[in-house]
Design a protein around this ligand. Structure first.
Ligand code: ATP
Ligand code: MG
Length: 377
């Protein structure tokens, strides 16, 4: 996909501007705190309708304004005009695609086909399992029809079961919530498992390519315990096996669940395990990885995300690189850039504090300057 136009109205410090992007992309150069990350955050907001930095919608409008509004026109395989607005006072979000209100935001997700790479991504790997579950949720929500719905219904059932547990409702009343919990939770687990199985080799290959010769692996560690190895349940279709295991775990965990007032089993306890090879052992990168290993593993995850878009939507992803190679050594950052070049010739929108941070292919991109939120093309 290609981002052609972006209209900004009171998003963070970006004021009111209309930008026209070159199809090959652009390098945005500016000092610290001028609005580089804000610009990429605005673009990615129109892909996912939330901040890639984890900020709440209420933080995204300019300090002095109650309402922000964004609109993008994209061309390519699925041309569209996507807009989003948020009113801080009314706490109301409005999303449209081609001028039509999206009654459910889920229907408007993923129209840009963008992937955001940010220095904060190292936290994907070094943070707790929740960070990696969120990564899986975002990738699958944007790329697998049905995932968002299963996840939302799973969460709803989980909230209700937990409330029933806390109300001391007894086994039979709590069990009433377990039908949807087990069905939707099983679906979530199976989709996660399929995605990890499909992309584990690519993850290892990207890690090797970026690091030069290092080895890393990603593995799905499902709390339900099924589907980690597709060969496990050759006779049983995975959704049934996952549901079966989930039911058993709920029964086994009953006493603990009552004591805690929450549900101990289920995909909300899954882990996406990332390991690196160090001294002949495979160790979790989260605990033993060096800074560079973590950043490289995080980059490999984003490259897999981009490859997922390329395959799933048959469209070249838009790469948003927020000073993404800031902390990589020059060898690694050049290898990432040439890897991106080999993978596809999609649009690249990158930000850098200094002109000299622009490398390889991006060297030929047009340069824009940004100062105090104002972009000069
Ligand atoms: P760096 O190179 O340090 O990463 P940057 O150019 O990416 O800098 P941004 O994160 O885009 O900087 O932030 C630019 C400015 O926007 C900061 O001064 C920040 O305080 C300001 N800012 C953040 N949120 C808002 C908001 N809601 N309204 C107005 N300004 C904001
Ligand atoms: Mg920044």
């Amino acid at each position: 996909m290609v981002l052609r136009e972006l209209e900004l109205r009171h998003f963070r410090n970006l004021g009111v501007q209309e930008l026209r992007f070159p199809p090959e992309g652009v390098a945005v150069v500016g000092d610290n705190a001028q609005g580089k990350s804000n610009l990429l955050e605005a673009i990615y907001y129109l892909e996912s309708f939330r901040s890639f930095r984890g900020a709440g919608d209420g933080q995204l409008g300019a300090f002095s304004e109650d309402v922000f509004h964004l609109r993008a026109a994209v061309s390519g395989e699925r041309p569209a005009t996507v807009s989003a607005g948020f009113d801080r006072k009314l706490r109301k979000k409005k999303v449209t695609v081609d001028g039509n209100d999206a009654s459910r935001i889920a229907d408007a997700l993923g129209r840009l086909g963008a992937v955001a790479f940010s220095p904060a991504d190292a936290g994907l790997v070094s943070g707790g399992p929740g960070r990696r579950r969120r990564f899986l949720d975002v990738v699958l929500s944007l790329n697998r029809p049905g995932y968002v719905k299963a996840l939302q219904e799973y969460r709803r059932a989980l909230v209700q079961r937990n409330a029933a547990l806390r109300a001391g409702s007894g086994r039979a009343a709590v069990r009433a919530w377990e039908g949807p919990l087990v069905t939707q939770g099983g679906a979530v687990a199976v989709l996660r498992q399929e995605w990890v199985a499909a992309w584990a080799d690519a993850f290892a290959a990207y890690y090797r390519a970026v690091s030069g010769n290092g080895a890393a692996a990603m593995e799905y560690r499902p709390n339900l315990g099924v589907g980690a190895d597709p060969a496990d349940d050759a006779s049983d279709p995975p959704p049934e096996a996952a549901r079966e295991s989930f039911r058993r775990k709920l029964d086994d965990g009953w006493d603990d669940d009552v004591r805690r007032g929450s549900t101990g089993a289920g995909p909300h306890r899954d882990e996406l395990r990332i390991t690196v090879e160090s001294g002949g052992r495979r160790v979790p990168v989260r605990t033993y990885g060096s800074g560079g290993q973590r950043r490289t593993a995080a980059l490999a995850l984003r490259l897999v995300e981009a490859a997922t878009i390329r395959r799933q939507r048959a469209a070249e992803p838009i790469l948003l690189l927020d000073d993404a190679f800031a902390e990589l050594d020059p060898g690694r950052s050049e290898r990432v850039m040439s890897l991106m070049e080999e993978e596809g010739r999609g649009q690249v929108i990158l930000t850098v504090p200094k002109e000299s941070d622009v490398r390889l292919r991006s060297m030929s991109l047009a340069r824009w300057r940004i100062r105090a939120g104002a972009i000069e093309a």
